[in-house]
Design a protein around this ligand. Structure first.
Ligand code: PLP
Length: 400
């Protein structure tokens, strides 16, 4: 009955489910407060009050037939124009509504752009470590994922690796900054170099390569760090944005795709993307929350809670003798395992009721991902357990 293409997904899903079930079992046995679940990237900071108010205002003030009705498959024109103008104010871009397609979150934006550009056998380059769903999204359209090995000294993309990975079959390169799972923000220099390399390769090989910038964590940057906007660095850039993390609305499924005028055949690509959005079954992004976005376009969640968590977790783990590249954004910390086998290390963590995700799941063995979108108290309670793990590996602490 089930398609062969689905079988690997089904098997992998059982592994994730097993982890979820294990978390529930531990909570039952030891009590929820004695299990330190750092496995999920589900925001724990509430949506801004302005978002809740806007939901009520839309219902109270706007015509309900209009609010709940079908619309252009690209989304409401006024919402798209509001987003375009907000981007222009913040990043000096020159977008208008025709550059914006409302999507069902970044996951959907990624699928829309990949469906729009990929033919079977086309290669899509990703930099390890990367969000594990990319592989599934690319395979949805019979693309081939090509992985560039990580530069574990900084977790910036390996640019020499990129140059080597491009072939005549390359159709896209995916970047994600701030990054899941490392929390690293790609520097302006890195983005400039990626743009230069791709432009040169396009000329040399006579091909078109789309740089897909997956940006659900754009607004989650700490210590005043800037997240450079990508479109000025390369003409064929598509941006997949999401409000899942910036407004803590992951269940509402709302985001947008940007196709700049600078992209080759920009308006035809946009027209194809709108059709992709329709035939993938999304038809249009959810209407009520689009109306809300219009009213809350410059809102963002209070990131201070994440920042407090980041500092406590990072400083504590480093003081215990663990190593990590200090995260600058998102809400993940990518910890170097004190042994080569990250799966075994996560089992050891589990023995101390700490749940983390092995780096192998992000194509980067030897590390684990710790999601710190949890309560501050959970991090405080987990520290003695992390200390026991450190002691098992004979790590020696140093002052943070
Ligand atoms: N891309 C990355 C890197 C993510 O971490 C996630 C979700 O965690 C997504 C895309 C999907 O986000 P959305 O909820 O907007 O579909």
């Amino acid at each position: 009955m089930i398609a062969k293409k689905m079988m690997p997904l089904l098997e992998n899903n059982s592994a994730i489910r097993a982890m979820f079930e294990e978390g529930k079992r531990l909570a039952k046995e030891y009590g929820q407060e004695n299990v330190y679940d750092f496995s999920l990237g589900n925001p724990n900071v509430p949506a801004p009050e302005a978002v809740n108010q806007a939901i009520l205002d839309v219902i109270g003030e706007e015509d309900s037939v209009f609010v709940h009705g079908y619309m252009s498959n690209a989304g409401f024109e006024d919402v798209r124009e509001t987003i375009a103008q907000s981007l222009n104010r913040r990043f000096g871009t020159k977008f208008n509504q025709n550059n914006i397609l409302m999507t069902v979150g970044a996951a959907s934006g990624m699928n829309v752009i990949l469906k729009t550009i990929l033919d079977p056998g086309d290669e899509v380059i990703v930099f390890a470590p990367y969000f594990m769903e990319y592989g599934s999204y690319v395979r949805n359209y019979d693309g081939v994922l090509v992985t560039v090995a990580p530069d574990t000294s900084s977790f910036q993309p390996d640019l020499k690796g990129l140059e080597r990975a491009v072939t005549p079959k390359t159709k896209a390169v995916i970047i994600n900054t701030p990054n899941n799972p490392t929390g690293v923000i790609y520097s302006e220099n890195t983005l400039r170099e990626i743009g230069r390399i791709l432009s040169e390769k396009e000329k040399e090989l006579g091909i078109s390569i789309v740089l897909i910038s997956d940006e659900p964590y754009r607004e989650l940057a700490y210590d005043g760090a800037q997240v450079p906007y990508v479109t000025p660095f390369y003409h064929n850039t598509a941006v997949c944005y999401s409000y899942s993390k910036s407004l803590s609305l992951p269940g509402e499924r709302i985001g947008y795709l940007v196709i700049p005028d600078e992209m080759e055949e920009s308006s035809r690509v946009m027209a194809a993307a709108v059709i992709a959005n329709r035939v993938l079954g999304c038809v249009n992004a959810p209407s009520l929350i689009q109306r809300v976005i219009k009213r809350c376009v410059d809102e963002k969640v209070n990131i201070e809670a994440y920042d407090r968590n980041r500092k406590l977790l990072c400083d504590s783990l480093v003081s215990m003798g663990f190593q990590c590249v200090r995260p600058e954004g998102a809400f993940y910390l990518f910890l170097k395992c004190p042994e080569a086998d990250d799966k075994h290390f996560s089992e050891v963590c589990k023995e101390h009721r700490i749940l983390v995700v092995p780096g192998t799941s992000f194509a980067c063995p030897g590390y684990v991902r710790i999601s710190y979108c949890v309560s501050y108290e959970q991090i405080q309670r987990s520290l003695p357990a992390f200390e026991k793990v450190a002691a098992r590996y004979g790590l020696s602490g140093k002052e943070a």
